[in-house]
Design a protein around this ligand. Structure first.
Ligand SMILES: [Zn+2]
Length: 317
């Protein structure tokens, strides 16, 4: 399929109603709100405490607005969910892009607008249009098309309660010459340096592993932030870590295929002797020897001339 043919086949699917709206499996309900608030650690009592909510401006329990998408998610496993998904017009667009070779997907941005708070008993339905599919673009992940979807959420009376704009990139995955992991051919993405983490990266440049410390209560925290999570103090300094610790958890990442990384990428969560944990890479270890509790020490690898990155290597206990 040529790029022109693809765009011609996509055009009739843009901005038009494609199939029936998805109706929520369950009305907005308190048990789901509880699970959400537990998972997000949102302790606003207007979501969970009926008496508090009654006295609030809402006059009763309301759902966290950011739960919006959760209400109409069809679930992963039911036959009905699969059939509904496959019948939806959105998937017709995505399938066309699959057929044209743009088989990989990554979400790029999402914006939600809330018209009103949702309350227990509201039954939502969601209707999604594909607003736009971009011309083929070159991106860091490969050539692809940006797909912009717009979902309108309505209540049981047909009133608009919220809307969402969601954009994803459907891209052509890099071709692998063999089953061997692709060599890292591009420089690693540079870290985003902010006011909060500058001390960390300045330390790395001097082969020091620095951990943020609250000057008020001495609590250590990583990654660095603008505020102490313990006492909410804003006077933050740092300590120099000894750089020793043990593997708290690890994963062999096979996806996504990004040229800057050799795959599989061994990512570890190291528990430092100081007590904080840090995400990094582990090197110098056979695949079968990686285990939780493995003693490790930091080293600084020059990933390109003049640019260091901290990583870890096994050491004797
Ligand atoms: Zn503190």
């Amino acid at each position: 399929m040529s790029p022109q043919q693809l765009m011609e086949r996509l055009r009739p699917l843009l901005g038009v109603r494609l199939g029936e709206p998805v109706v929520a499996r369950d009305p907005v309900n308190l048990p789901m709100i509880h699970h959400w608030c537990d998972a997000i650690d949102d302790r606003n009592p207007v979501y969970t405490d009926p008496e508090f909510a009654q006295r609030s401006v809402h006059g009763g329990i309301v759902a966290p607005p950011t739960m919006l998408q959760a209400w109409t998610m069809p679930g992963l496993v039911s036959k009905e969910a699969r059939e509904a998904r496959n019948a939806s017009g959105v998937f017709a667009v995505l399938r066309l892009l699959d057929e044209a070779g743009f088989t990989s997907v990554v979400a790029t941005n999402c914006t939600q607008e809330y018209v009103r708070y949702l309350r227990p008993g509201d039954l939502l339905s969601a209707e999604t249009l594909i607003e736009a599919v971009s011309e083929e673009k070159q991106t860091a992940l490969g050539a692809g098309h940006f797909v912009t979807q717009r979902t309108s959420y309505r209540d049981q009376n047909g009133e608009l309660v919220a809307s969402m704009s969601f954009r994803l990139l459907k891209f052509r995955p890099p071709v692998r010459a063999s089953a061997a992991p692709p060599a890292a051919t591009k420089p690693r993405p540079k870290p985003a340096i902010t006011h909060d983490n500058r001390f960390f990266w300045e330390g790395v440049a001097q082969r020091e592993l620095r951990i943020q410390r609250c000057n008020a209560c001495n609590r250590l925290q990583h990654p660095p932030g603008p505020m102490c999570a313990g006492c909410h103090g804003l006077d933050l300094g740092y300590v120099r870590s000894r750089g020793r610790g043990s593997v708290y958890s690890f994963v062999w990442a096979h996806h996504p295929v990004v040229p800057a990384f050799e795959l599989p990428n061994l990512i570890v969560l190291v528990e430092l002797e100081e007590g904080t944990r840090i995400v990094s890479n582990l090197v110098g270890v056979a695949r079968e020897d990686v285990r939780i509790g493995l003693p490790v020490a930091v080293e600084f690898a020059e990933v390109e001339p003049g640019r260091l990155l901290p990583r870890f290597r096994p050491v004797a206990a």
